[in-house]
Design a protein around this ligand. Structure first.
Ligand code: AMP
Length: 589
């Protein structure tokens, strides 16, 4: 069964004229009830200005220039005239409508435009690629416009150029479906649940129209189709968290990376972003790592991908891999230079079974059972505690380890995985400031680490120290691996050779085992993001907090070898303490 596209166009023009959401929903509900069930998915997609659900990644967006040609062909007006009208009206859809109204010769045989025809041609336009595709697109659009009535042309042109903009959101469609097929709020909830587990509105609409609510209730997780991610609420401190979900609470590191939902099975291998975009081809290394770590047949995991510095092993800010798009060659290169670690924090499907109704603790157990940790795939670091102090220490440690804060997770039988919902089962607690260092530091090279990957044969990172005049010792503050040019890196071993010794120098205080040691001599200028308390570095140890020293976070070589400075002229621990106290707190968000 087919349907006249005119019905759809009329509904759209009513929506455009309508300002209230309630009426808009009603108009949509009318349209959906009039639509033959077999076509309902298509009408839903078109109404959203699409051809498929978002995660398929096919977009309509024909260039204006091509659309203008098609309008010219269909209307008989010159391209120059169409362009002039476009300048005046500012909307190509209205131009097409006006142009068709001015069309002088009427066709003898008037064919009616159907939804199938419109959808079919738009689909062929979206998929046309390669040689001659531009001409094909023009022809396919002109063909529609030749048959279209002026009002229909308005919407066809807006759709094909990716600018339908009816202001209909997914939630409006869900409401309209509930109104069209069953009126109660409970029904609306069931439809929404289906949408959260299988976010394809066209599909849900069609199931609803054909099989009713029973069909919708059967919609569940499907391997390969993204699940809308569960989201966290926010609280400002540990006390509030315990008050809300205590007395026993799980705390996990909140990794500052990119959310990844990984679908893995014999045939299906996919990574979806938080917004459900398919990002599989950008992270081939992550996929491979999961395949190696996973011991079952099929699963859907939830986790966070975080870039690491190969040479220092430290977590990096996400921006460094956010440009992992583009050509295959570039991605391969980036995979090697900046690898990514996946921290898994949930599993929502395993070997045919939906795990979303199982409580958090059980899901975590299952996760740890079916995934063995590897270098690249780890479980999100966590503790389960009733102790506020322990929780606060865990938060401090998370910051030191390069995380944004923690995510507290509710325990108990009701702690299910609520797809698509932001609620208090997960609570994020981020620190609300970021430090800014006003000054550079002059640090002494006391050790080095063997390079990996691209840095094989040279040093991957240097172990840097500040000077403690009281003890006349060099105390470590960071591993330094960034800011060097390729040439500088290649020359490092030669430059440092004169100072190399086979043991830690007696004036060096380090808890970290370096691969190579040096007599403290060479001073480098370094900038850092901030100075933090650290359990591993020895600079100013115990001065600010028992058991903790100071560390420079995200250090980078400025390129200046301070040959003018003796190691005793390096930044002192007293200066470090001052810098730590004087850091400017910059409030974020
Ligand atoms: P936000 O984006 O600020 O709402 O914080 C929630 C996000 O934190 C999630 O979408 C994840 O991408 C990220 N995240 C990092 N670590 C975790 C974790 N252990 N559990 C849940 N979410 C996490």
């Amino acid at each position: 069964m087919d349907m006249l596209f005119e019905e759809v166009a009329k509904a759209y023009s009513q929506i455009e004229a309508e300002s209230g959401r309630i009426n808009m929903t009603k108009i949509l509900a009318d349209l959906f009830s009039k639509t033959p069930p077999d076509l309902l998915d298509k009408v839903v997609y078109l109404t959203l200005g699409k051809l498929y659900p978002d995660y398929v990644g096919v977009e309509l967006g024909m260039a204006d220039r091509l659309a203008i040609k098609a309008i010219s062909i269909a209307s008989g007006l010159s391209e120059g005239e169409i362009e002039r009208m476009y300048k005046e009206m500012g909307d190509l859809g209205s131009v097409a409508e006006a142009a068709l109204k001015r069309k002088t010769q009427m066709a003898f045989f008037v064919e009616d435009l159907t939804v199938q025809k419109v959808y079919g041609n738009l689909e062929r336009i979206a998929k046309a690629t390669g040689a001659g595709s531009q001409d094909r697109k023009i022809r396919l659009l002109a063909e529609l416009l030749n048959i279209a009535k002026p009002l229909e042309a308005r919407y066809i042109v807006r759709m094909v150029t990716g600018r339908l903009r009816l202001g209909v959101a997914d939630m409006t469609v869900l409401d309209a479906l509930a109104v069209a097929f069953a009126m109660t709020k409970a029904v609306r909830e069931k439809i929404e649940r289906a949408y959260n587990l299988h976010p394809d509105l066209g599909y849900i609409a069609k199931v609803l129209a054909k099989e009713g609510l029973e069909g919708v209730e059967k919609i569940g997780i499907t391997l390969g189709i993204p699940v809308r991610p569960m989201l966290a609420e926010r609280l400002k401190n540990i006390d509030e968290i315990f008050e809300k979900i205590g007395p026993r609470v799980a705390f996990e590191y909140k990794y500052d990376g990119m959310r990844a939902q990984i679908h893995i099975g014999e045939k299906v291998k996919m990574i979806y972003s938080r917004r459900l975009e398919n990002v599989t081809h950008q992270f081939p290394d992550v996929l491979k790592a999961v395949e190696e770590a996973f011991q079952g047949r099929e699963a859907i995991f939830d986790g966070e991908m975080v870039p690491v510095d190969v040479n220092t092993g430290e977590l990096l800010p996400f921006q460094v891999v956010s440009h992992r798009r583009g050509r295959k060659y570039d991605i391969e290169k980036m995979v090697e230079e900046i690898p990514v670690i996946l921290f898994l924090f949930d599993i929502i499907y395993l070997d045919g079974e939906d795990l979303t109704m199982k409580p958090y603790e059980e899901r975590r157990e299952i996760l740890e059972r079916v995934v063995k940790e590897t270098e690249k795939v780890r479980y999100a670091h966590r503790i389960v505690t009733e102790d506020k102090l322990e929780a606060q220490n865990f938060m401090d440690q998370a910051i030191l380890d390069g995380c944004e804060g923690v995510v507290a997770k509710k325990l108990g039988p009701d702690a299910i995985y609520r797809a698509g919902v932001r609620g208090f089962l997960w609570i994020k607690y981020k620190r609300d400031y970021q430090m800014e260092l006003g000054d550079t530091l002059d640090l002494v090279v006391v050790g080095a680490f063997a390079g990996k990957g691209k840095r094989k044969g040279t040093y991957g990172a240097l172990l840097m120290a500040a000077y403690n005049p009281e003890r006349d010792m060099f105390e470590t503050v960071c591993k330094l691996g960034t800011g060097f040019s390729d040439e500088e890196l290649a020359e490092l071993p030669k430059k440092l050779e004169p100072y190399r010794i086979d043991h830690k120098h007696p004036r060096v205080d380090s808890q970290i085992e370096a691969d190579f040691w040096f007599v403290p001599s060479v001073v480098l200028e370094v900038v850092g993001a901030e100075i933090t308390l650290s359990p591993v570095h020895t600079a100013a140890r115990d001065k600010l907090r028992k058991g903790a020293g100071l560390a420079v976070r995200f250090p980078r070589f400025t390129g200046r070898w301070r040959t003018d400075k003796k190691p005793e002229d390096a930044t002192t621990i007293q200066e470090l303490i001052e810098m730590y106290k004087n850091q400017v707190k910059k409030v974020v968000e």
